[in-house]
Design a protein around this ligand. Structure first.
Ligand code: NDP
Length: 335
């Protein structure tokens, strides 16, 4: 059990699969008290049982985050159950992939409603509670797409740029409150069922990666922020690289993203057009992972980074040792 997090109450939206589910399990292992929200009651109930099995208190609160009143009820129920809300994680998210004009505007609207408005409703519901309590940490799960634009995911990019601005503004409004924190998290590509849940109007089969981080990597960041809040945290170096590239050279970065995405789409196999579960929740995809790493038979990005890091250190050590040996040879007098 984790002394810092045991008994702390945490609300997680989008908990029925992917990153939210991994986060619920990560907090449950540390003895937190959890209010778990998403639209699908079945997967939430199963998750509650799993969290309780890990020794945590947990309740399921089926909630559609596009409904501000439902989000307010989620906050109310969490507070009445636990007496306090220490951490609120706005994680629910979705998106539509493909040429902007090929998707029904209802899908674009839904992207903004779930990602941006859902996050804003979460903040509106919990901040009065934080202010009454005098403490609390709000974590908004954004995306590397909030730092650099993703062509063919224009509404998603708009929503995530919006959340980044919203998060930064709130942080400064609340700066006088020393014990209230607003954190933004920027994951790189994560192996979750997210791509199957979103809409795809491109007529092409999506084939992301092969450089995937795991939902557990993001969950570990949420846990560390609940303990020690930080303003902006990247999950994986590609997210940080996207931030730096777009900040230093916005136009070349934008053009490069366009080129890469157009090439990838051009090479992709044909695939069905689908609205995913954006408008109507589906039974599909209730797991933490999306099966991408397993299907591609590749290790996670974190493991690749670690292996490359070890290889680099070993290479450097060998280089330094051989240079030292060469210097030793040169210094030795010739017989
Ligand atoms: P998932 O599809 O697995 O998770 C999305 C979650 O949001 C589900 O639990 C879903 O549950 C919930 N959700 C969707 N619509 C609503 C709604 N209207 N109301 C309430 N909950 C809703 O994907 P991920 O885990 O990948 O996504 C989680 C977050 O991480 C998103 O914000 C996403 O943008 C972000 N992200 C993901 C990345 C990735 O590569 N996977 C990279 C960067 C950021 P239900 O259907 O039951 O409502």
């Amino acid at each position: 059990m984790d002394h810092e997090l045991r008994g702390r109450s945490v609300v997680i939206t989008g908990a029925s699969s992917g990153i939210g589910r991994a986060a619920a399990l990560a907090f449950a292992r540390r003895g937190a008290r959890l209010a778990l929200a998403a639209r699908r009651p079945g997967p939430l109930d199963e998750l509650v049982v799993e969290c309780r099995g890990l020794g945590a208190e947990a309740i399921a609160v089926p909630t559609d985050v596009t409904d501000a009143e439902a989000v307010a009820r989620l906050a109310d129920q969490a507070q009445r159950t636990f007496g306090v809300i220490d951490t609120w994680i706005n994680n629910a998210g979705t998106g539509v992939f493909g040429p902007y004009q090929d998707a029904d505007v209802a899908l674009h609207r839904r992207t903004i409603e779930v990602n941006l408005l859902g996050t804003m409703y979460g903040a509106a519901a919990v901040l009065p509670i934080f202010l009454r309590q005098g403490h609390g940490t709000l974590i908004n799960n954004i995306s590397m797409g909030g730092w650099a634009p993703t062509p063919f995911a224009a509404a998603y990019t708009a929503s995530k740029f919006g959340i980044r601005g919203f998060t930064a503004s709130l942080r400064q409004e609340l700066a006088p409150h020393r014990h209230i924190h607003v954190c933004g998290v920027f994951p790189s590509i994560i192996d979750t069922p997210g791509l199957d849940h979103g809409a795809n109007v491109s007529g092409k089969r999506l084939n992301p990666g092969p450089f995937f981080y795991t939902a557990e990597d993001v969950a570990a960041v949420f846990v560390s922020l609940a303990r020690r809040p930080r303003d902006e945290t990247a999950v994986g170096w590609p997210a940080r690289a996207a931030q730096v590239a777009f900040a230093l050279a916005p136009m070349p970065t934008e053009q490069l993203m366009g080129l890469v995405m157009r090439k990838a789409l051009g090479r992709a196999d044909p695939g069905p057009r689908t609205d995913g579960d954006m408008l109507v929740p589906s039974d599909k995809g209730t797991s933490v992972d999306g099966g991408w790493l397993a299907a591609k038979k590749v290790p996670s990005a974190r493991r690749i980074n670690k292996a490359v890091g070890i290889a680099a250190v070993a290479g450097l050590a060998i280089l330094l040792a051989s240079r030292a040996a060469a210097r030793g040879d040169a210094a030795r007098p010739i017989d």
